[in-house]
Design a protein around this ligand. Structure first.
Ligand code: SF4
Ligand code: SF4
Length: 79
């Protein structure tokens, strides 16, 4: 998987400490305003909205942190 390559000791890239690849993210329902910005930015389309609820498919999520960084309501966090 991509995150394993990026986190390997041989990787030339330094990941931002705020967003650690490989961690599972979750959406805090009380904070989510359903703006759908996170759905647009997710590179693997792991986020979807159904029945008025925005959820993350943990099997598809890469832990890149794009969704958390883009959420205007700080409604996405790492578990
Ligand atoms: S970007 Fe944040 S507020 Fe907007 S739908 Fe996603 S989790 Fe909810
Ligand atoms: S962390 Fe990255 S891959 Fe996972 S849901 Fe957010 S944007 Fe998509």
């Amino acid at each position: 998987m991509f995150q394993h390559v990026a986190n390997s000791a041989k990787s030339p890239y330094t990941l931002p400490s705020k967003y650690l690849r490989g961690k599972i993210v979750r959406i805090i329902p009380e904070k989510c305003k359903k703006c759908l910005t996170c759905i647009e930015v997710c590179p693997v389309r792991a986020i979807s909205e159904k029945d008025g609820k925005v959820t993350i498919d943990k099997d598809e999520c890469l832990g890149c942190g794009c969704c958390a960084a883009s959420c205007p309501n700080a409604a996405i966090e790492y578990e």
